[in-house]
Design a protein around this ligand. Structure first.
Ligand SMILES: CC(C)(COP(=O)(O)OP(=O)(O)OC[C@H]1O[C@@H](n2cnc3c(N)ncnc32)[C@H](O)[C@@H]1OP(=O)(O)O)[C@@H](O)C(=O)NCCC(=O)NCCS
Length: 177
């Protein structure tokens, strides 16, 4: 990680920088950036929402993570709940910290920043478990999550408007080292 520091991020103030990182890492159109901007700012009003950033010595954002305590009445939870309930796994939706976004700028990937961000934010979350969704393909993100103890809770999960199916993953906290 060298010169990049991981610490608390005022994501509401840095939302445009964060979405620029997400657009490069994950791919977002300008329209999607506008939609995500509203969603992020709304998420940040949820009690218990937290964000961390990885910042260069010049103050540039190299990566970020944010998450919130799961709420079964929220859209994300209501989409995944039937998939988990059908296999008796929907207890993962209670007392659970959701990783909503994790992205590292391509120029800073593979230096341990993603691992540091998700490990620290979950270490600081006062919950026994964490859940997330990731595109259901073998990706660096899926490899990272598995190495931290996240296991598949559901596959081929369809979010309305998403172009590809997702996997829902869950891990006990603290994450595996
Ligand atoms: C997923 C992501 C955040 C990982 O960030 P990162 O800083 O590059 O990850 P780290 O350097 O901490 O690597 C941690 C682990 O991820 C996995 N990983 C990272 N890059 C990988 C690659 N190119 N291929 C396979 N596994 C990879 C490995 O398990 C790695 O552990 P290791 O170094 O012990 O082998 C980053 O690749 C990213 O932003 N991807 C695009 C956006 C995205 O998919 N976000 C997640 C949405 S669900």
């Amino acid at each position: 990680m060298d010169d990049v520091a991981v610490g608390p991020l005022d994501l509401a103030a840095r939302v445009d920088d964060a979405l620029a990182v997400q657009a490069l890492a994950f791919g977002l159109t300008d329209d999607e950036i506008g939609v995500r901007r509203h969603i992020v700012l709304r998420h940040l009003t949820t009690p218990g929402a937290r964000a961390l950033g990885a910042t260069t010595p010049e103050g540039r954002l190299a990566g970020f993570v944010y998450g919130l305590p799961n709420d079964r009445s929220h859209w994300w939870s209501s989409v995944v709940e039937p998939y988990l309930r059908s296999t008796g796994l929907d207890f993962w939706l209670d007392d659970s910290f959701v990783i909503t976004e994790l992205h590292v700028h391509p120029a800073y990937q593979k230096r341990g920043i993603g691992r540091a961000l998700i490990t620290r934010i979950t270490d600081e979350a006062p919950y026994p478990r964490s859940i997330l969704s990731a595109i259901d393909t073998e990706s660096p993100a899926r490899a990272l999550y598995r190495s931290l103890g996240y296991q598949d809770l559901a596959r081929r999960v369809i979010f309305p408007s998403a172009p590809a199916p997702y996997a829902v993953m869950g891990a006990p906290l603290p994450l595996a080292r």
